[in-house]
Design a protein around this ligand. Structure first.
Ligand code: GDP
Length: 445
């Protein structure tokens, strides 16, 4: 899914993240590449424009570029905007709590996957929501369409309306309403007729069916492989029938993602489900966050930035920033950073996030550092006096021995902590010299 788009974006952002500092021009150059990638993925032009503008403004407008991890910050901004483009952080489900039978009307062009999706929803509603559903095909145009639904219904053990040859769609809809009430079905799924193109007769039929069945949901089924055409079809339909959502089929084969990325903005309608295969359980609730994650393929970076933002206590960060601004960094500060590392999921998760950690990390790696060591280090610092923490130079051999004994460790370990502190203090001084870092807060956007 979205492989080609994902590859293109991956290349751009890997390059951005690989650099220590970013200039405004770097961001603009990257955005030019992203723009081309999105257009090649068949995303609608206005959507591309809005996206690029929003990302550029956020990336160069805040303290992002001056932060210590600008590449990561930009990835997070892109991820946020992708989520927004795909419909926001909420997963838009079906409204099922109306008075039964809740009618779900399926509309769309022929071959879009409408009948298959009807059956997929029937199965999903039965198995995941414990609903009793009745399915009815109103497709009198396509030969054997009604039989197709009956066969699928049998496969998934969901009832279908018995076929009466020659009956017209509106009459079938009425009969289906009566049958659903009689059977005390919770849900009635109406699989309407498709056409090869959007035309007046089709729209008139959809309106007539909607007026007799008063659907709670009108779901448009479109083929994601058709890209912009899918979006155009959705626009034509939404002008005529009150669509409540879109189902994008064949997402399993969609390498580009243009339909998914344009649909919400162009039509204003949420994508509620994605079809991901021919099997009847190949349907997923459309979750913009997950889909954005798949497109960008950088979920770990995004969650790390999110975690960091959630973990860093603002007061602590400000206090730290003030000290760093003065070029001070004592063992209490080191201890606080170690705590934050633990909170953020340990050293592994933290690679590259902390200021000046590159060198210190190398020192850690050579000492078989694992997360248990964080706890030891905390104990070591905890065994020092406040004076020693503020001024590590006080720690002579005798004092080191006392600290090692107090923390149940060895003098070598105490030395490692002191060495790490020196590395970090030096890094902090460098940052101060660069004059770039406004504060630790800036690090986390
Ligand atoms: P309708 O004319 O709109 O009712 O289309 P159908 O439901 O008959 O589907 C047409 C073809 O598309 C069938 O072969 C389905 O198996 C296939 N299909 C439907 N949805 C998906 C999907 O999400 N992924 C894949 N790979 N195939 C699908």
């Amino acid at each position: 899914m979205f492989d080609s788009l994902s590859d293109r974006l991956g290349t751009v952002f890997d390059r951005l993240r690989g650099r220590g500092a970013l200039s405004e021009q770097d961001v603009r150059d990257a955005m030019r590449e992203v723009r081309v990638a999105l257009l090649e993925a068949d995303v609608a032009l206005p959507v591309v424009r809005r996206f690029i503008d929003a990302v550029t403004e956020k990336a160069i407008g805040q303290d992002v570029l001056r932060s210590v991890t600008p590449g990561q910050q930009v990835v997070k901004i892109v991820d946020d905007e992708l989520v927004d483009m795909l419909g926001g952080t909420e997963v838009e489900g079906l409204t099922l709590d109306a008075k039964p039978p809740v009618v779900i009307m399926m509309v769309g062009l022929q071959g879009s996957g409408k009948t298959t999706t009807t059956a997929k929803l029937g199965k999903l509603l039965k198995e995941k929501h414990g609903k009793k559903a009745l399915m009815a095909s109103l497709d009198v145009n396509r030969p054997a369409a009604q039989e197709q639904l009956a066969v699928l219904g049998e496969q998934i053990s969901v009832a279908t309306l018995p076929i009466v040859q020659g009956q017209q769609p509106v009459d079938i809809a009425r009969r289906a309403m009566d049958a659903a009430k009689l059977q005390a079905a919770d849900i009635l799924l109406l699989d309407t007729a498709g056409r090869l193109h959007v035309d007046e007769a089709l729209m008139a039929e959809m309106k007539a069916v909607a007026s007799v069945s008063t659907p709670t949901e009108v779901l448009l089924v479109v083929d994601s492989l058709t890209g912009q055409d899918a979006v155009n079809v959705a626009q034509s339909f939404s002008g005529e029938v009150p669509l409540t959502g879109v189902v994008l089929t064949r997402m399993d084969g969609d390498a580009r993602g243009g339909a998914a990325l344009s649909m919400r903005y162009v039509t204003g309608k949420p994508i509620k489900f994605a079809g991901t295969g021919e099997k009847l359980d190949a349907i997923e609730a459309f979750d913009p966050k997950r889909v954005a994650g798949r497109i960008l393929g950088m979920g770990d970076v995004v969650s790390l930035v999110e975690k960091a933002a959630a973990t860093i206590n603002e007061e602590d960060a400000e206090a730290m920033a003030r000290k760093m601004a003065k070029g001070q960094f004592d063992l209490d500060d080191l201890r606080m950073q170690l705590k934050q590392m633990q909170n953020m999921g340990g050293l592994g998760a933290l690679a590259g996030m902390m200021p000046g950690m590159k060198k210190a990390k190398a020192a850690l790696a050579s000492s078989d550092m694992d997360d248990k060591v964080l706890i030891h280090m905390d104990a070591i610092i905890g065994s020092m006096t406040a004076k020693e923490r503020a001024n590590p130079a006080l720690l002579n051999a005798k004092r080191k021995k006392r600290v090692a004994a107090g923390s149940g460790t060895q003098v070598q370990e105490v030395n490692k902590v002191l060495k790490m502190h020196q590395e970090m203090a030096r890094a902090m001084k460098q940052i101060k010299k660069m004059g770039g870092l406004k504060g630790l807060g800036a690090l986390f956007g």
